[in-house]
Design a binder for this molecule. Structure first.
Ligand code: NAD
Length: 260
């Protein structure tokens, strides 16, 4: 076995990925399955789950706390343990580079509640449910997909989205401090703009160019560029990393965005 194989070994580990049917979650799930992990791919979109190979597909809406608890219990019953969880499922509503966020007195309350239900509460449900079996086994790695939008103001992202993502960043820090005594590590990744289905609709060259221009490296990320981080956090390579917020953003945080 090479040093790289040893350091990033995930063989036989049991990994749950939420939002695994598309985009970043799909890339994470397929990477780890391809490297020998047992991957439970959860998503509320069953049609998307059917397109995945070599994973255990699990229809799940993370906004339903009881369903998340049941799903985690079922994973542990069937596989005996739970080593890594990627709390990744998320949505975006409103705003975008062609449609600015609008002002604080005008955001839609429907949008606010619907988004927090998934991007904040859904993540909390997932972290909460995962902590129980991990405490019993006294090990585990929890990884939350946050966003650069949770680390700064962003004129092109909705109020609900920036607030939910800022919330999960501090959820990660609090849980990292709390769970360290059980040797459970909790970290966040903060992607910049990636080419996924989160915006809905057809790929739009103009929006893609504008998002690309908002990043120091001058382009959007490809979901495959998360493969290394998936392996890092699911393996012993990150054994001394907890409470971190790891930007994978092509340098988006280095430059400010302005409305024109
Ligand atoms: P995506 O739309 O391609 O994939 C998200 C997946 O999550 C979809 O398959 C969707 O069905 C699923 N999902 C949505 N709500 C769910 C729920 N309630 N329960 C279970 N599954 C649900 O989007 P993506 O870009 O891959 O997003 C993944 C994560 O990355 C999200 O948390 C998103 O906020 C975050 N993120 C994305 C970007 C980006 O530019 N794409 C940037 C920063 C952060």
């Amino acid at each position: 076995m090479s040093i790289a194989d040893e350091v990033f070994d995930v063989t036989g580990t049991v990994v749950l990925v939420t939002g695994a049917g598309s985009g970043l979650g799909r890339s994470i799930a397929e990477t780890l399955a391809g490297c020998g992990a047992t991957v439970i791919a959860a998503d509320r979109d069953e049609a998307r789950l059917k397109q995945l190979h070599d994973v255990d597909a699990l229809p799940l809406d993370v906004s339903d706390a009881a369903a998340v608890e049941d799903a985690v219990s079922d994973v542990v019953r069937r596989h005996g343990r739970l080593d890594t969880v990627f709390a990744n499922a998320g949505i975006a509503r409103g705003a975008g580079l062609t449609q600015p966020a609008g002002s604080v007195d005008a955001f839609e309350l429907d949008d606010w509640h619907a988004l927090l239900e998934v991007n904040l509460h859904g993540v909390a449900h997932t972290v909460r449910a995962a902590a129980r079996p991990m405490k019993r086994q006294r090990s585990g790695s929890i990884v939350v997909t946050a966003s650069t939008a949770g680390l700064r103001a962003d004129p092109f992202v909705s109020y609900s989205y920036v607030v939910a993502k800022a919330g999960v960043v501090n959820l990660v820090r609090q849980a990292a401090l709390d769970l360290a005594r059980w040797r459970i590590r909790v970290n966040a990744i903060a992607p910049g703009p990636f080419k996924t289905n989160i915006g809905g609709g057809e790929p739009n060259a103009e929006a893609e160019a504008r998002w690309g221009a908002s990043v120091a490296l001058g382009r959007m990320g490809d979901p495959r560029e998360l493969r290394g981080l998936a392996l890092l956090f699911a393996s012993g390579a990150s054994s001394f990393v907890t409470g971190s917020v790891y930007a994978v953003d092509g340098g988006a945080l280095l430059q400010s965005m302005a409305l024109d």
